[in-house]
Design a protein. Structure first.
Length: 509
Protein backbone atom coordinates (compact mmCIF):
# COMPACT_ATOMS: atom_id res chain seq x y z
CA UNK A 1 0.00 0.00 0.00
CA UNK A 2 1.44 3.28 -1.08
CA UNK A 3 1.65 6.48 0.90
CA UNK A 4 -0.07 9.74 0.13
CA UNK A 5 1.34 13.25 0.18
CA UNK A 6 -1.21 16.07 0.42
CA UNK A 7 -0.22 19.00 -1.77
CA UNK A 8 -1.24 22.50 -0.66
CA UNK A 9 -2.86 24.85 -3.17
CA UNK A 10 0.17 27.07 -3.85
CA UNK A 11 2.21 24.03 -4.90
CA UNK A 12 -0.44 22.34 -7.06
CA UNK A 13 0.71 24.04 -10.28
CA UNK A 14 3.76 21.79 -9.97
CA UNK A 15 1.83 18.52 -9.55
CA UNK A 16 -0.38 18.88 -12.63
CA UNK A 17 -3.02 20.34 -10.28
CA UNK A 18 -3.20 17.13 -8.22
CA UNK A 19 -4.28 17.57 -4.59
CA UNK A 20 -2.47 14.47 -3.47
CA UNK A 21 0.20 12.25 -4.92
CA UNK A 22 0.73 8.55 -4.28
CA UNK A 23 4.35 7.79 -3.42
CA UNK A 24 6.46 4.91 -2.14
CA UNK A 25 9.28 4.68 0.35
CA UNK A 26 10.35 3.69 3.83
CA UNK A 27 11.07 7.13 5.31
CA UNK A 28 9.72 10.65 5.05
CA UNK A 29 12.82 11.54 3.04
CA UNK A 30 12.14 8.71 0.56
CA UNK A 31 8.58 9.86 0.07
CA UNK A 32 9.62 13.47 -0.59
CA UNK A 33 12.34 12.31 -2.99
CA UNK A 34 9.83 10.13 -4.81
CA UNK A 35 7.48 13.12 -5.00
CA UNK A 36 10.08 15.39 -6.58
CA UNK A 37 11.10 12.61 -9.00
CA UNK A 38 7.51 12.40 -10.16
CA UNK A 39 7.08 16.18 -10.23
CA UNK A 40 10.41 17.78 -10.91
CA UNK A 41 9.06 21.34 -10.79
CA UNK A 42 8.48 20.95 -7.04
CA UNK A 43 12.13 20.39 -6.27
CA UNK A 44 13.16 24.01 -6.05
CA UNK A 45 10.18 24.78 -3.82
CA UNK A 46 10.96 22.04 -1.32
CA UNK A 47 14.74 21.87 -1.35
CA UNK A 48 17.37 24.57 -1.07
CA UNK A 49 20.30 24.50 -3.46
CA UNK A 50 22.41 22.56 -0.96
CA UNK A 51 19.83 19.75 -0.97
CA UNK A 52 18.45 20.54 2.49
CA UNK A 53 14.70 20.66 2.96
CA UNK A 54 13.71 24.31 3.02
CA UNK A 55 12.98 25.83 6.38
CA UNK A 56 9.60 27.31 5.53
CA UNK A 57 8.26 23.97 4.36
CA UNK A 58 6.71 22.12 7.25
CA UNK A 59 6.02 18.44 6.91
CA UNK A 60 3.38 16.72 8.97
CA UNK A 61 3.14 12.92 9.27
CA UNK A 62 -0.50 11.97 9.87
CA UNK A 63 -1.16 15.50 11.21
CA UNK A 64 1.78 15.39 13.65
CA UNK A 65 4.50 17.97 13.29
CA UNK A 66 7.75 16.05 12.81
CA UNK A 67 9.98 19.07 12.48
CA UNK A 68 11.76 18.47 15.76
CA UNK A 69 12.56 14.90 14.88
CA UNK A 70 15.08 13.99 12.24
CA UNK A 71 12.23 14.55 9.87
CA UNK A 72 13.65 13.07 6.71
CA UNK A 73 14.78 9.93 8.50
CA UNK A 74 11.40 9.39 10.17
CA UNK A 75 10.16 5.91 9.14
CA UNK A 76 6.72 5.63 7.57
CA UNK A 77 4.27 2.76 7.59
CA UNK A 78 2.16 1.75 4.59
CA UNK A 79 -0.90 3.98 4.43
CA UNK A 80 0.69 6.86 6.36
CA UNK A 81 0.09 10.25 4.82
CA UNK A 82 2.28 13.33 4.68
CA UNK A 83 1.05 16.91 4.51
CA UNK A 84 3.20 19.75 3.25
CA UNK A 85 2.24 23.02 4.91
CA UNK A 86 4.03 25.98 3.38
CA UNK A 87 3.70 29.50 4.67
CA UNK A 88 0.97 31.48 2.96
CA UNK A 89 1.12 35.25 2.52
CA UNK A 90 -3.37 35.91 1.73
CA UNK A 91 1.05 40.53 8.00
CA UNK A 92 11.69 52.19 23.67
CA UNK A 93 12.09 50.78 27.00
CA UNK A 94 10.54 47.47 27.74
CA UNK A 95 10.92 46.23 24.19
CA UNK A 96 12.79 43.14 25.26
CA UNK A 97 11.21 39.81 25.98
CA UNK A 98 11.15 40.78 29.67
CA UNK A 99 7.99 42.67 28.89
CA UNK A 100 6.25 39.34 28.48
CA UNK A 101 6.51 38.48 32.12
CA UNK A 102 4.29 41.39 33.15
CA UNK A 103 1.27 40.00 34.88
CA UNK A 104 -1.23 42.13 33.02
CA UNK A 105 -0.33 40.89 29.60
CA UNK A 106 0.18 37.54 27.94
CA UNK A 107 -1.77 34.44 28.52
CA UNK A 108 -1.43 30.79 29.22
CA UNK A 109 -2.37 27.64 27.40
CA UNK A 110 -5.47 27.08 29.45
CA UNK A 111 -8.48 29.09 28.38
CA UNK A 112 -9.42 30.25 31.85
CA UNK A 113 -5.92 31.65 32.40
CA UNK A 114 -5.90 33.40 29.06
CA UNK A 115 -7.80 36.41 30.29
CA UNK A 116 -5.80 39.39 29.15
CA UNK A 117 -6.70 41.59 32.12
CA UNK A 118 -7.58 40.38 35.58
CA UNK A 119 -10.39 42.88 36.16
CA UNK A 120 -12.46 42.78 39.27
CA UNK A 121 -16.16 43.24 38.65
CA UNK A 122 -16.08 46.70 40.24
CA UNK A 123 -13.51 47.91 37.74
CA UNK A 124 -15.48 46.86 34.68
CA UNK A 125 -17.36 49.55 32.74
CA UNK A 126 -21.13 49.67 33.20
CA UNK A 127 -23.56 48.96 30.38
CA UNK A 128 -26.12 51.64 29.47
CA UNK A 129 -29.80 50.67 28.99
CA UNK A 130 -29.24 50.98 25.21
CA UNK A 131 -26.32 48.59 25.40
CA UNK A 132 -28.27 46.12 27.49
CA UNK A 133 -30.98 46.07 24.82
CA UNK A 134 -28.41 45.72 22.05
CA UNK A 135 -26.52 42.84 23.64
CA UNK A 136 -29.55 40.98 24.98
CA UNK A 137 -28.76 37.78 23.00
CA UNK A 138 -25.42 37.66 24.80
CA UNK A 139 -26.83 38.60 28.18
CA UNK A 140 -29.35 35.76 28.27
CA UNK A 141 -26.63 33.15 27.71
CA UNK A 142 -25.55 31.79 31.10
CA UNK A 143 -21.93 31.55 29.86
CA UNK A 144 -21.91 35.24 28.93
CA UNK A 145 -24.17 37.41 31.08
CA UNK A 146 -23.54 40.95 32.28
CA UNK A 147 -20.02 40.43 33.58
CA UNK A 148 -18.67 38.89 30.41
CA UNK A 149 -20.31 41.61 28.30
CA UNK A 150 -18.70 44.23 30.53
CA UNK A 151 -15.37 42.44 30.13
CA UNK A 152 -15.80 42.67 26.38
CA UNK A 153 -16.49 46.39 26.75
CA UNK A 154 -13.27 46.74 28.69
CA UNK A 155 -11.39 44.86 25.96
CA UNK A 156 -9.57 46.15 22.90
CA UNK A 157 -8.41 44.62 19.63
CA UNK A 158 -6.01 46.09 17.08
CA UNK A 159 -6.80 44.97 13.51
CA UNK A 160 -3.79 45.12 11.23
CA UNK A 161 -5.42 45.89 7.91
CA UNK A 162 -9.00 46.77 6.99
CA UNK A 163 -9.07 44.39 4.04
CA UNK A 164 -10.40 40.88 3.47
CA UNK A 165 -9.72 39.48 6.95
CA UNK A 166 -10.00 42.77 8.82
CA UNK A 167 -13.49 43.45 7.40
CA UNK A 168 -15.48 40.57 8.88
CA UNK A 169 -13.31 40.51 12.00
CA UNK A 170 -13.82 44.20 12.78
CA UNK A 171 -17.53 44.11 11.97
CA UNK A 172 -18.27 41.14 14.23
CA UNK A 173 -16.07 42.47 17.01
CA UNK A 174 -17.85 45.83 16.85
CA UNK A 175 -21.28 44.23 16.72
CA UNK A 176 -20.42 41.96 19.65
CA UNK A 177 -19.56 44.98 21.79
CA UNK A 178 -15.80 45.12 22.03
CA UNK A 179 -14.92 48.35 23.81
CA UNK A 180 -12.20 49.67 21.56
CA UNK A 181 -11.18 48.70 18.06
CA UNK A 182 -7.99 49.94 16.45
CA UNK A 183 -7.47 49.78 12.69
CA UNK A 184 -4.11 50.19 10.99
CA UNK A 185 -4.35 50.77 7.26
CA UNK A 186 -3.04 53.27 4.74
CA UNK A 187 -4.75 52.05 1.59
CA UNK A 188 -7.68 53.49 -0.36
CA UNK A 189 -10.72 51.47 -1.39
CA UNK A 190 -10.47 50.01 -4.88
CA UNK A 191 -13.21 48.34 -6.96
CA UNK A 192 -11.26 45.06 -6.81
CA UNK A 193 -11.59 45.09 -2.99
CA UNK A 194 -15.38 44.93 -2.98
CA UNK A 195 -15.56 41.22 -3.88
CA UNK A 196 -14.63 40.40 -0.26
CA UNK A 197 -13.90 43.49 1.87
CA UNK A 198 -17.36 44.08 3.27
CA UNK A 199 -16.38 47.06 5.39
CA UNK A 200 -16.38 49.09 2.19
CA UNK A 201 -19.11 49.79 -0.35
CA UNK A 202 -19.21 50.97 -3.94
CA UNK A 203 -19.64 54.59 -2.85
CA UNK A 204 -16.41 54.27 -0.80
CA UNK A 205 -14.17 53.59 -3.81
CA UNK A 206 -11.33 56.11 -3.76
CA UNK A 207 -11.86 56.87 -0.05
CA UNK A 208 -9.36 55.93 2.62
CA UNK A 209 -10.06 52.46 4.02
CA UNK A 210 -9.75 53.82 7.53
CA UNK A 211 -12.45 56.44 7.00
CA UNK A 212 -14.70 53.99 5.23
CA UNK A 213 -14.18 51.39 7.99
CA UNK A 214 -14.79 53.91 10.74
CA UNK A 215 -18.10 55.11 9.33
CA UNK A 216 -19.31 51.55 8.76
CA UNK A 217 -18.29 50.43 12.27
CA UNK A 218 -19.74 53.53 13.94
CA UNK A 219 -23.01 52.86 12.16
CA UNK A 220 -22.93 49.22 13.20
CA UNK A 221 -22.31 50.06 16.84
CA UNK A 222 -21.86 53.64 18.07
CA UNK A 223 -20.88 52.33 21.53
CA UNK A 224 -17.55 51.09 20.18
CA UNK A 225 -14.58 53.43 20.14
CA UNK A 226 -12.90 53.10 16.73
CA UNK A 227 -9.34 54.41 16.54
CA UNK A 228 -7.77 54.49 13.10
CA UNK A 229 -4.08 54.78 12.28
CA UNK A 230 -3.40 56.01 8.75
CA UNK A 231 0.02 54.46 8.51
CA UNK A 232 2.00 51.53 7.29
CA UNK A 233 2.79 49.33 10.28
CA UNK A 234 6.57 49.38 10.67
CA UNK A 235 9.35 48.60 13.11
CA UNK A 236 9.23 52.15 14.48
CA UNK A 237 5.55 52.29 15.40
CA UNK A 238 4.50 48.66 16.00
CA UNK A 239 5.49 48.30 19.66
CA UNK A 240 3.83 51.55 20.73
CA UNK A 241 0.66 50.68 18.88
CA UNK A 242 0.49 47.12 20.21
CA UNK A 243 1.02 48.09 23.85
CA UNK A 244 -2.27 49.89 23.87
CA UNK A 245 -4.36 46.82 22.95
CA UNK A 246 -5.26 43.46 24.49
CA UNK A 247 -5.19 41.34 21.33
CA UNK A 248 -3.64 41.89 17.91
CA UNK A 249 -5.55 40.58 14.90
CA UNK A 250 -3.25 39.88 11.98
CA UNK A 251 -5.06 40.58 8.73
CA UNK A 252 -1.99 41.30 6.64
CA UNK A 253 -1.29 39.99 3.18
CA UNK A 254 2.51 40.01 2.99
CA UNK A 255 5.40 38.28 4.72
CA UNK A 256 7.34 41.30 6.03
CA UNK A 257 4.28 42.56 7.95
CA UNK A 258 3.44 39.05 9.16
CA UNK A 259 6.86 38.63 10.76
CA UNK A 260 6.72 42.16 12.11
CA UNK A 261 3.32 41.50 13.71
CA UNK A 262 4.57 38.24 15.20
CA UNK A 263 7.74 39.68 16.66
CA UNK A 264 5.99 42.75 18.02
CA UNK A 265 3.37 40.48 19.64
CA UNK A 266 6.10 38.38 21.27
CA UNK A 267 7.99 41.47 22.45
CA UNK A 268 4.91 43.14 23.92
CA UNK A 269 3.34 39.88 25.16
CA UNK A 270 0.17 40.38 23.15
CA UNK A 271 -1.70 37.37 21.76
CA UNK A 272 -1.83 37.29 17.95
CA UNK A 273 -5.12 36.14 16.39
CA UNK A 274 -3.62 34.95 13.15
CA UNK A 275 -5.30 34.24 9.83
CA UNK A 276 -4.20 33.90 6.26
CA UNK A 277 -5.90 33.06 2.98
CA UNK A 278 -5.01 31.88 -0.49
CA UNK A 279 -7.44 30.94 -3.27
CA UNK A 280 -9.70 28.32 -1.58
CA UNK A 281 -7.59 27.69 1.51
CA UNK A 282 -7.29 29.43 4.82
CA UNK A 283 -5.21 29.07 7.97
CA UNK A 284 -5.85 30.27 11.51
CA UNK A 285 -4.16 30.03 14.88
CA UNK A 286 -3.47 32.01 18.04
CA UNK A 287 0.21 32.82 18.38
CA UNK A 288 2.49 34.44 20.92
CA UNK A 289 0.56 33.66 24.08
CA UNK A 290 2.59 32.93 27.14
CA UNK A 291 3.60 29.27 26.86
CA UNK A 292 2.19 28.89 23.34
CA UNK A 293 4.08 28.86 20.04
CA UNK A 294 4.53 31.88 17.79
CA UNK A 295 4.51 32.23 14.02
CA UNK A 296 8.29 31.84 13.96
CA UNK A 297 8.05 28.53 15.83
CA UNK A 298 6.18 27.34 12.76
CA UNK A 299 8.08 29.28 10.10
CA UNK A 300 11.45 30.52 11.35
CA UNK A 301 12.29 31.85 7.89
CA UNK A 302 10.16 33.42 5.18
CA UNK A 303 10.07 31.86 1.74
CA UNK A 304 12.32 33.52 -0.82
CA UNK A 305 10.48 36.41 -2.48
CA UNK A 306 8.37 35.34 -5.40
CA UNK A 307 8.19 31.64 -4.50
CA UNK A 308 4.79 31.93 -2.85
CA UNK A 309 2.29 34.07 -4.76
CA UNK A 310 0.28 36.73 -2.92
CA UNK A 311 -3.52 37.02 -3.08
CA UNK A 312 -3.09 39.91 -5.52
CA UNK A 313 -1.26 37.54 -7.83
CA UNK A 314 -2.94 34.25 -6.99
CA UNK A 315 -6.48 35.37 -6.23
CA UNK A 316 -8.80 34.48 -3.38
CA UNK A 317 -12.37 33.23 -3.17
CA UNK A 318 -14.48 36.17 -1.96
CA UNK A 319 -16.17 34.31 0.91
CA UNK A 320 -12.94 32.78 2.25
CA UNK A 321 -11.79 35.78 4.33
CA UNK A 322 -15.33 35.81 5.75
CA UNK A 323 -14.73 32.39 7.31
CA UNK A 324 -11.17 32.97 8.45
CA UNK A 325 -11.70 36.57 9.64
CA UNK A 326 -14.63 35.46 11.79
CA UNK A 327 -12.52 32.65 13.27
CA UNK A 328 -9.92 35.29 14.19
CA UNK A 329 -12.61 37.48 15.77
CA UNK A 330 -13.95 34.45 17.69
CA UNK A 331 -10.49 33.70 19.05
CA UNK A 332 -9.95 37.36 20.01
CA UNK A 333 -13.20 37.34 21.98
CA UNK A 334 -12.34 34.03 23.68
CA UNK A 335 -8.92 35.34 24.66
CA UNK A 336 -10.36 38.57 26.05
CA UNK A 337 -13.01 36.73 28.03
CA UNK A 338 -10.75 33.83 29.01
CA UNK A 339 -13.30 31.25 27.88
CA UNK A 340 -13.15 28.03 25.87
CA UNK A 341 -10.15 26.47 24.23
CA UNK A 342 -8.39 28.96 22.00
CA UNK A 343 -6.36 27.90 18.97
CA UNK A 344 -3.13 28.00 20.95
CA UNK A 345 -0.75 25.26 19.78
CA UNK A 346 -3.22 24.31 17.08
CA UNK A 347 -2.97 25.22 13.43
CA UNK A 348 -6.31 25.16 11.66
CA UNK A 349 -6.41 24.61 7.91
CA UNK A 350 -9.63 25.18 6.02
CA UNK A 351 -10.35 23.91 2.52
CA UNK A 352 -13.40 25.66 1.09
CA UNK A 353 -13.73 23.35 -1.91
CA UNK A 354 -13.84 20.20 0.20
CA UNK A 355 -15.55 22.07 3.04
CA UNK A 356 -13.18 20.47 5.46
CA UNK A 357 -11.20 21.68 8.45
CA UNK A 358 -7.98 19.99 9.47
CA UNK A 359 -6.11 20.68 12.65
CA UNK A 360 -2.38 20.25 13.03
CA UNK A 361 -0.64 20.21 16.39
CA UNK A 362 1.87 22.93 16.86
CA UNK A 363 4.63 22.93 19.44
CA UNK A 364 6.52 25.82 20.89
CA UNK A 365 10.07 25.60 19.60
CA UNK A 366 12.54 26.01 22.48
CA UNK A 367 15.04 27.27 19.90
CA UNK A 368 12.62 29.75 18.35
CA UNK A 369 14.51 32.98 17.55
CA UNK A 370 11.56 35.06 18.86
CA UNK A 371 9.93 33.17 21.74
CA UNK A 372 12.46 30.44 22.55
CA UNK A 373 14.54 30.11 25.69
CA UNK A 374 17.37 32.19 24.22
CA UNK A 375 15.69 34.57 21.81
CA UNK A 376 17.82 36.40 19.26
CA UNK A 377 14.99 38.69 18.24
CA UNK A 378 15.13 41.19 21.08
CA UNK A 379 14.05 44.19 19.04
CA UNK A 380 12.24 44.78 15.78
CA UNK A 381 14.34 44.55 12.63
CA UNK A 382 14.12 45.51 8.97
CA UNK A 383 11.47 43.03 7.82
CA UNK A 384 11.67 43.87 4.12
CA UNK A 385 15.32 42.92 4.24
CA UNK A 386 14.58 39.84 6.38
CA UNK A 387 12.14 38.65 3.73
CA UNK A 388 14.70 39.28 1.00
CA UNK A 389 12.81 42.13 -0.60
CA UNK A 390 15.22 44.50 -2.30
CA UNK A 391 14.52 48.20 -2.02
CA UNK A 392 13.69 49.88 -5.34
CA UNK A 393 16.95 50.55 -7.16
CA UNK A 394 18.04 54.13 -6.64
CA UNK A 395 19.64 54.44 -10.06
CA UNK A 396 19.13 57.60 -12.06
CA UNK A 397 16.41 56.85 -14.55
CA UNK A 398 16.41 58.34 -18.04
CA UNK A 399 13.87 61.14 -18.34
CA UNK A 400 10.41 60.26 -19.61
CA UNK A 401 10.89 56.53 -20.10
CA UNK A 402 12.20 55.58 -16.64
CA UNK A 403 13.34 52.13 -17.74
CA UNK A 404 16.46 50.06 -17.25
CA UNK A 405 18.16 48.09 -19.99
CA UNK A 406 15.96 45.03 -19.41
CA UNK A 407 12.71 46.99 -19.53
CA UNK A 408 10.49 48.48 -22.18
CA UNK A 409 7.55 50.88 -21.71
CA UNK A 410 4.09 50.29 -23.13
CA UNK A 411 4.40 53.30 -25.42
CA UNK A 412 7.74 52.13 -26.80
CA UNK A 413 6.41 48.59 -27.31
CA UNK A 414 3.41 49.93 -29.21
CA UNK A 415 5.67 52.09 -31.38
CA UNK A 416 7.88 49.13 -32.22
CA UNK A 417 4.93 46.83 -32.93
CA UNK A 418 3.44 49.43 -35.26
CA UNK A 419 6.80 49.76 -36.98
CA UNK A 420 6.69 46.03 -37.71
CA UNK A 421 9.64 45.01 -35.49
CA UNK A 422 10.17 41.25 -35.26
CA UNK A 423 9.41 40.73 -31.62
CA UNK A 424 7.30 38.31 -29.62
CA UNK A 425 5.22 39.39 -26.65
CA UNK A 426 5.22 36.52 -24.16
CA UNK A 427 2.36 36.71 -21.67
CA UNK A 428 3.25 34.65 -18.56
CA UNK A 429 -0.05 35.03 -16.70
CA UNK A 430 -2.62 32.26 -16.20
CA UNK A 431 -5.11 31.43 -19.00
CA UNK A 432 -8.02 32.86 -16.98
CA UNK A 433 -6.22 36.19 -16.71
CA UNK A 434 -5.49 36.13 -20.46
CA UNK A 435 -9.23 35.79 -21.03
CA UNK A 436 -9.82 39.13 -19.31
CA UNK A 437 -7.37 41.19 -21.35
CA UNK A 438 -4.33 40.68 -23.57
CA UNK A 439 -1.97 42.32 -26.02
CA UNK A 440 -3.06 41.30 -29.52
CA UNK A 441 -0.69 38.73 -31.00
CA UNK A 442 0.92 37.79 -27.69
CA UNK A 443 1.84 34.17 -26.88
CA UNK A 444 0.71 32.67 -23.58
CA UNK A 445 2.91 30.44 -21.44
CA UNK A 446 2.12 30.70 -17.70
CA UNK A 447 5.20 31.31 -15.55
CA UNK A 448 4.86 27.90 -13.85
CA UNK A 449 4.94 26.10 -17.21
CA UNK A 450 7.88 28.03 -18.60
CA UNK A 451 10.61 25.66 -17.32
CA UNK A 452 9.20 22.80 -19.41
CA UNK A 453 7.92 24.83 -22.37
CA UNK A 454 10.57 27.47 -23.06
CA UNK A 455 11.81 25.47 -26.05
CA UNK A 456 8.62 26.48 -27.86
CA UNK A 457 10.00 30.04 -28.00
CA UNK A 458 11.88 31.32 -31.04
CA UNK A 459 15.58 32.03 -30.52
CA UNK A 460 15.80 34.50 -33.40
CA UNK A 461 13.32 37.10 -32.18
CA UNK A 462 13.38 39.56 -29.35
CA UNK A 463 11.04 38.42 -26.57
CA UNK A 464 9.06 40.90 -24.49
CA UNK A 465 7.87 39.24 -21.28
CA UNK A 466 4.62 40.57 -19.85
CA UNK A 467 2.23 39.85 -16.97
CA UNK A 468 -0.27 41.88 -14.94
CA UNK A 469 2.05 44.46 -13.37
CA UNK A 470 5.52 43.31 -14.36
CA UNK A 471 6.70 41.17 -11.42
CA UNK A 472 6.03 37.66 -12.70
CA UNK A 473 7.30 38.63 -16.15
CA UNK A 474 10.51 39.89 -14.51
CA UNK A 475 10.99 36.40 -13.04
CA UNK A 476 10.22 34.88 -16.45
CA UNK A 477 12.89 37.11 -17.99
CA UNK A 478 15.41 36.07 -15.37
CA UNK A 479 14.60 32.41 -15.98
CA UNK A 480 14.93 32.79 -19.77
CA UNK A 481 18.33 34.38 -19.31
CA UNK A 482 19.49 31.33 -17.36
CA UNK A 483 18.53 29.03 -20.24
CA UNK A 484 20.36 31.02 -22.89
CA UNK A 485 17.97 33.67 -24.18
CA UNK A 486 19.65 37.07 -24.49
CA UNK A 487 17.36 39.31 -26.53
CA UNK A 488 14.80 40.01 -23.81
CA UNK A 489 12.85 42.87 -22.32
CA UNK A 490 10.21 43.06 -19.60
CA UNK A 491 7.11 45.19 -20.16
CA UNK A 492 7.24 47.74 -17.36
CA UNK A 493 3.94 47.97 -15.47
CA UNK A 494 2.50 44.95 -17.33
CA UNK A 495 -0.86 44.79 -19.06
CA UNK A 496 -2.32 47.34 -16.63
CA UNK A 497 0.11 49.98 -17.87
CA UNK A 498 -0.54 48.93 -21.47
CA UNK A 499 -4.28 49.50 -20.94
CA UNK A 500 -3.63 52.88 -19.30
CA UNK A 501 -1.31 54.18 -21.97
CA UNK A 502 -2.11 52.29 -25.17
CA UNK A 503 -5.41 50.42 -25.18
CA UNK A 504 -8.01 51.79 -22.72
CA UNK A 505 -10.75 49.77 -24.44
CA UNK A 506 -9.79 46.65 -22.46
CA UNK A 507 -11.04 45.89 -18.93
CA UNK A 508 -8.66 45.94 -15.96
CA UNK A 509 -8.68 43.58 -12.99
ZN1 LIG B 1 8.28 31.14 18.61
Amino acid sequence: MANTIHIPTPLRPFTDKKESVEVNGATVGDLLKDLTTRHDGLRKHLYAEDGRLRNFVNVYLNDEDIRYLQKEQTPVKPGDSLSIVPSVAGGAPGTTTDARTKADVGADLVGADLKVRPYTTDELPELSPDEIKRYSRHLIMPEMGMDKQRQLKAGSVLCIGAGGLGSPAAMYLAAAGIGRLGIVDFDVVDFSNLQRQLLHGTSDVGRSKNESAKSRLNDLNPHVQVDTYETLLNSQNALDLFRDYDVILDGTDNFPTRYLVNDACVLTGKPNAYGSIFRFEGQASVFATKGGPCYRCLYPEPPPPGLVPSCAEGGVLGVLPGIIGVIQATEAIKVILGIGEPLVGRFLIYDALKMRFRELKLRKDPDCPACGTHPTVTKLIDYEQFCGIQPEPQTVQPKGGAVNEWEITSVELKRRMDAGDRLLVLDVREPNEYQINRIAGSALIPLGELPRRYQELPKDREIITQCKVGARSQRALEFLRTVGFTDLKNLKGGILDWIDKVDPSQPKY
